[in-house]
Design a protein around this ligand. Structure first.
Ligand SMILES: Nc1nc2c(ncn2[C@@H]2O[C@H](COP(=O)(O)OP(=O)(O)O)[C@@H](O)[C@H]2O)c(=O)[nH]1
Ligand SMILES: [Mg+2]
Length: 221
């Protein structure tokens, strides 16, 4: 009986995700779902990426997912990019229905790219397709290099892994070659991009912007 209920929830999500995907395609909108632990640097990465994407002529918007507060949306709003905050009120992930509900808040026809920051969590968000084109998992260096092998479903579901806080690599014991090897053992064609968002020490951000632009062009070709 319990298993049936669970399947039902997943089936409802699949239906909403398929509708979202169809709506996004009809609007020629690319959508990125960003996963990662709390504090991995997801919002900071968005803050650094948005100007680089805008410099490429892309019009972005952001959906922020958190259990509570509009703190992340307030950070994104500083840049002038349209943003909507979803509070899950205790829920550990965003689902496709939550996304569908907030879409009317955006002028989708004027947008090229919707970036969704999921609730900070390396488990639950992996199971919920939001209708996105690309999933990014942000892993920060101080979290430890064992996370890809400990949370394989999340990393397996990604198209891009961002290894963030590279500026901190000299201060923590992490075997970066082993992290790359563990990720590639899960998925040999994974794109791994090392970044630092630290002011004055930024790295890898242009590479990530270029990768996203390439994927957008691929979808819209
Ligand atoms: N040293 C360093 N700190 C970072 C980097 N990226 C983010 N941070 C810091 O990490 C903390 C959490 O970042 P935040 O973007 O809020 O993480 P989120 O919870 O994943 O959205 C903040 O204090 C950021 O300034 C980075 O590349 N290097
Ligand atoms: Mg955040």
């Amino acid at each position: 009986m319990k298993i049936e209920v669970e399947q039902d929830v997943m089936q409802v999500n699949r239906t909403y995700a398929a509708q979202n995907r169809a709506d996004f395609s009809a609007q020629r909108l690319c959508v990125v779902n960003i996963l990662g632990s709390p504090g991995a640097g997801k919002t900071t990465l968005l803050e650094r990426l948005l100007p680089l994407l805008q410099a490429e002529g892309i019009t972005p918007a952001v959906i922020e997912g958190d259990l509570a507060t509009a703190k992340d949306a307030a950070r994104i709003a500083e840049s002038g990019v349209p943003v909507v905050q979803i509070n899950t009120d205790g829920g550990c992930h965003l689902d496709a229905k939550m996304i569908a509900r907030v879409l009317p808040a955006f002028d989708l026809a004027s947008l090229d790219l919707l970036l969704i920051e999921n609730v900070g969590n390396l488990v639950c968000p992996a199971s919920f397709d939001l209708g996105e084109d690309v999933r990014i998992v942000v892993l920060s260096v101080p979290e430890g290099g064992d996370k890809p092998s400990k949370y394989p479903a999340t990393f397996l579901s990604a198209g891009i892994v961002v290894l963030n806080k590279m500026d901190l690599a000299p201060y923590v014991e992490i075997d970066l070659a082993a992290v790359h090897a563990d990720i590639l053992a899960l998925k040999p064609d994974m794109r791994i991009i090392e970044t630092s968002c630290r002011r004055g020490m930024e790295s890898g951000l242009k590479e990530l912007a270029t990768e996203l632009v390439a994927r957008m062009r691929e979808k819209l070709a």
